[in-house]
Design a protein around this ligand. Structure first.
Ligand code: NAD
Ligand code: AKB
Length: 315
């Protein structure tokens, strides 16, 4: 019987992944934690604790007391916010991972999931159809922490046999919880402003192509990866996952098909330089071949669902 700990359950991914894990493993077998309160659906639907992942002592206590066998560690400071506080963000992103890996080693946990990001790539990486294995010289504190994290994951696997698994998520698009301070956040914010005000000022330029993925596909990929037999997982750093690539202009055109008087304007800020250092599109054939990654949402389908679901929040 697996008992799962989710760290960062109140965030964009955690608020959906926790509920999905509870459907699979049973409500009482998924302990949700965050440094801040979470939605009622999570706090009342199963065990929930306020937990700072940097508090090693409490983390250890929570894992031992609940007889945890697997950890999904989602707490991090994302790219945009990390540039505002580089050293503090490095500390949170790295110390938290090392706490989780050390604990997994000491308590002999069966599996750990820790997300990486397309931010591991940098300006010297080929930007079109970026391969699984390529030049990686990130120039953001977030990207540097994700690349270091990938190296630690692989190190713990080879040195201690810890079965850590990871995806380099592209920008994730979802309607349940707003995005958490990243460079791809425009692709979530745009729906709220389109519905409320019929206009949006984008912090990236109109032709900035980035890889993105709808949350349902990201959750499905995460669970598929975690449930795959260990011998299928050849990449012990993190897997490329492509999703779909589009620009703010293309997304706005798709929104206009449903809200004809929607207007987008562009006022790029510091996040433009981050986006310009990231891939425009990703090659994820290794993940497809090794554990059967699939993607089912294209831009049209994603925009339809986002407008419908975000619309319900304001009706
Ligand atoms: P988020 O910011 O929405 O959520 C992170 C959660 O972690 C928040 O609820 C926050 O309260 C919690 N947290 C922060 N510090 C904590 C601490 N010290 N102790 C416990 N909890 C703490 O982020 P997200 O978008 O859900 O991302 C989750 C993970 O996925 C991160 O590692 C992120 O880098 C990665 N990722 C996300 C995306 C994306 O587009 N959302 C893309 C690539 C990678
Ligand atoms: C961000 O923009 O920081 C995240 C990511 C792609 O890692 N969404």
């Amino acid at each position: 019987m697996e008992k799962i700990l989710v760290i960062g359950c109140a965030g964009q991914i955690g608020s959906e992944l926790t509920l999905e894990l509870r459907k699979i493993y049973g409500d009482s077998n998924v302990v949700a934690t965050d440094i801040k309160p979470a939605d009622k659906e999570i706090t009342e639907g199963g065990p929930f604790e306020i937990l700072d992942v940097l508090d090693t002592h409490r983390l250890f206590g929570t894992v031992s007391r609940n007889k945890i066998t697997q950890i999904y560690h989602l707490a991090a400071i994302l790219s945009g916010n990390a540039e505002k506080k580089p050293i503090a963000s490095w500390h949170i992103n790295m110390e938290s991972l090392l706490n989780v890996m050390e604990l997994s080693r000491e308590l002999n946990l069966s599996k750990v999931f820790w997300p990486s990001s397309i931010a591991v790539f940098g300006p010297t990486t080929p930007r079109e159809n970026t391969p699984q294995f390529t030049v990686m010289e990130p120039n953001t504190v977030y990207g540097i922490s994700k690349l270091a994290g990938e190296r630690w994951l692989e190190y713990y696997f080879h040195r201690y046999g810890i079965d850590g698994r990871s995806i380099r998520y592209p920008g994730l698009i979802s309607h349940k919880t707003e995005a958490g301070g990243g460079t791809t956040d425009y692709a979530v914010e745009i729906f709220y402003d389109a519905i409320r005000e019929k206009k949006y000022e984008c912090f990236l330029s109109e032709d900035t192509y980035l890889p993105m993925q709808f949350m349902d596909d990201a959750i499905k990929a995460t669970i598929n990866l975690m449930e795959a037999p260990a011998d299928k997982i050849q990449v012990r750093s993190s897997y490329n996952v492509a999703g779909i690539s589009f620009s703010p202009k293309e997304m706005a055109e798709e929104i206009k098909k449903q809200i004809p008087d929607f207007n987008i304007s562009y006022n790029p800020d510091f996040r433009q330089a981050i986006a310009d250092s990231w891939p425009k599109s990703i090659d994820d054939t290794v993940a497809q071949q090794e554990w059967g990654l699939t993607n089912s949402f294209d831009l049209k389908k994603m925009v339809e669902v986002m407008l419908r679901e975000v619309g319900k929040k304001f009706s």
